[in-house]
Design a protein around this ligand. Structure first.
Ligand code: ADP
Length: 357
């Protein structure tokens, strides 16, 4: 394939050069011949006085032209081969890199030279390789994570079921409930995974409209207020009226409910959860603060990662799937916003959203 490209390029270059040289040579020979005939007819006595000199002069000129033509063709061939090699070499190199990537060697990269279109093509290929490498790493870790997440509840279920089947356990309501809880956990995990995959797909779109931030927060608060009352946790909000944001209302409520549910989860009775909103120059800052147990600085950088839990024990009643904050981050990013957390006494989640001008 590479030899074919190289040969084709060389043949095109040589063909063009030889064509030009041949046309020039023929026209020079014809012109020389024409001028010699004119000279002979116009200068009286020339035909008879020095015919030999006249003939040799013409021959010398024609032969020089022919030799120049031959040497030029040879030079054109050499230059053509060289130029074709120079043009095809980076393409051949890129083809080899693409082939090695196809074989799974994701670290292969094109060596970039110059700043022309071929260098741009090489840079595009390198960035494509980087993206593919990242996707591949993500795919591998995702598969490992999912397998790990499924293994624990499935192992628990299997041992419980075996004990029931072998008659070692009596099927008491508590034991059946414990199996049911594991199945619930699995169902929730699969549902959240489906949701995350949907959000990460290129077809995912928000339905953004101008919404009153007060109204959106009000709905979010309404959804968790009963649980807060039940746990005796105070839920306060400081939201200035009149702020509008272009958001997907349902998704924004989902973000708030997720953060509020987490805050409630980690805040003891008589604690407090506050939602504070401040208007900035061209953005809005939403803070969800709690007086809970907080997150240590070692764990804080990882809380938005998939399946990350500060408490690694799966059997904890409070242990969720570890996907909640990943989904929240994905949704905030889809709104062109930013999310981060700080934790000293209790935890504060910050969401910065672009506001309507
Ligand atoms: P989970 O489903 O386990 O709640 P999340 O992605 O929502 O997963 O949260 C990841 C981890 O971050 C949680 O396991 C928890 O340890 C920690 N976390 C989240 N919110 C808070 C909070 N308000 N206070 C303390 N820890 C929190």
């Amino acid at each position: 394939m590479n030899r074919r490209l190289h040969t084709r390029l060389a043949l095109i270059i040589i063909g063009i050069a030889v064509g030009i040289i041949l046309i020039s040579t023929v026209s020079i020979i014809l012109t020389t011949h024409y001028h010699f005939s004119m000279y002979k007819s116009q200068v009286p006595g020339m035909n008879h006085d020095l015919p030999q000199l006249d003939y040799h002069l013409e021959q010398a000129l024609v032969q020089t032209i022919i030799w120049t033509c031959i040497v030029s063709i040879m030079l054109a061939a050499l230059i053509g081969i060289y130029v074709a090699k120079r043009i095809s070499a980076p393409l051949v190199h890129m083809k080899r890199i693409a082939e090695s990537m196809a074989e799974g060697k994701w670290s292969s990269r094109v060596a970039l030279q110059g700043r022309d279109e071929l260098a741009d093509l090489g840079a595009s290929l390198n960035s494509l390789a980087e993206q593919l490498q990242r996707q591949e790493q993500l795919r591998v870790t995702m598969t490992e994570d999912i397998a790990h997440e499924l293994r624990t509840p499935l192992t628990t279920l299997k041992s419980h079921m075996r004990a029931l089947k072998d008659g070692i356990w009596k099927p008491t309501p508590e034991r059946i409930h414990s199996c049911y809880e594991e199945i619930e956990r699995l169902t929730q995990l699969v549902a959240e995974l489906e949701e995350l995959t949907h959000m990460e797909s290129p077809g995912f779109q928000l339905v953004r409209k101008e919404e009153s931030l007060f109204g959106v927060i009000d709905r979010g608060v309404e959804l968790v207020s009963a649980a807060c009352r039940e746990k005796n946790v105070h839920l306060k909000r400081l939201v200035p009226p009149g702020i509008t944001v272009r958001v997907d209302r349902d998704r924004m409520i989902q973000i708030l409910v997720n953060l509020l549910t987490n805050a409630l989860e980690y805040t003891p009775a008589h604690g407090e959860i506050r939602i504070v909103v401040t208007k900035e120059r061209d953005s809005v800052l939403i803070m969800v603060q709690d007086t809970g147990k907080g997150i240590t600085s070692e764990n804080l950088p990882y809380i938005f990662e998939r399946f990350y839990r500060v408490d690694k024990s799966r059997n904890r009643k409070t242990g969720g799937s570890g996907l909640g904050l990943t989904i929240v981050k994905q949704l905030v990013t889809a709104h062109e916003g930013q999310i981060w957390a700080e934790s000293q006494q209790g935890t504060t989640f910050f969401i910065r959203l672009p506001s309507e001008i």
